[in-house]
Design a protein around this ligand. Sequence first.
Ligand code: GLY
Ligand code: MN
Ligand code: MN
Length: 440
Amino acid sequence: MRQPTDNMSIFKKRRQSLADRAKGAALVLISNPERIRNHDVHHAFRQDTNLYYLTGWEEPESILIFRPGQTPETVLFVRPKDVERETWDGFRYGPQGAQQHFGIDQAHLIDDFDKLAVDLLKTCDRLYYRFDIDEDFDHRMLGLLARVRRAHGRSGRGNMPIHDSAELVGELRVIKTEEDVHLMRRACSVTAKAHVEVMRATRPGVTERQLQGVFLHSIYQQNADREGYNSIVATGANACTLHYVFNDQTCRDGDLLLIDAGAEVRYYTGDITRTFPVNAKFTSAQRKVYDRVLEIQKELIGLSKPGLAFKQLQDRTIEYLTDAMIELKLLHVPRTEAIERQLFKKYYPHGVSHYLGMDVHDAGLYQIHNEPRRLEVGMAYTIEPGLYIPAEDASAPEELRGIGVRIEDNVVITAGGCEVMTSESPKEVADLEALVGRKA
Ligand code: GLY
Ligand code: MN
Ligand code: MN
């Protein structure tokens, strides 16, 4: 049986915070669709993050209407109890259970949504809904809105204005509360410990998939719910493929291993990348790249404090990494020219950071009124500079070809700077060399 997964008061508190921003409005959130994998087997289901964030509700085929300040305020449409289906697919709460266990004002059968939604929406002055997630439901929403307009009769009211629900909820999610940070620390700690297990299990001859298995074993042993995203386990030049997905090669003596993997715990995910030598000893060429990336990553952590703009973090990263590329003889022009002509993108093509939380690339605006947003206490994000030198790059010094290094930690902004939540996973050369291949 699925239990309500957390202290229910967290969800109520979140709804209250949202209510302050959306008085008079209606927010409609739908569950993620279930996806067929093959025949009657489904892909693992994970609830829509915003729906979970506000309710703790994890069942598919569900819709929330949230009407701040009105009665009923929270209305949830859910699947019926069904003895036969529950025998096959597992427990369902049904409307009564939803109301009783989830602090929902009213719960109804999902099949009654179209019948009841007009009356619930017609007293609201605007709608928050995200189009483009479920096309079929988008059509239903448009039909519903036409019925709401007609229900207003000759009142002079037009169509309900529609705003994006993801932006509304995202702006709440972007500032983590104490409870959120508590859960994030757990996800980061589980992730960091699993990375240590992978380091211990790495040696020449082990496969990327076996190391992914070590990561999974460790996070499930620690009661994680799932991976926060598809793990990237990339040995040698595979590390230069940013979202490497195959994880099917053998780790070779003399190569590096890059692993980017995160555990999801209670819907919060860690997002750590570590790079270390398969045989526990960096070569001097690998050290040249690794030392520079590590130094830069630590600089960027040091810069992270309230008031800094995300764009400044990215600009500094580009400057530091471009300097490193020039030192390493990857680029042969001055820094300003390399930046102006975006030559650095050949070896560093991604952003240095993204928000982190319930989604690995978490919700929240990066610009406000076209101005770069500044960091605030409670924002959580990654710091992940990298250098990637393609194996076939004939213009790079030969010893550096095929080396890919990324180092990624997760931080939350505090009044005095930032807290690194992933520090249980080592990244210093001496610590890595002492750990790799040393089974506990
Ligand atoms: N793991 C994906 C990322 O680092 O953005
Ligand atoms: Mn990341
Ligand atoms: Mn990552």
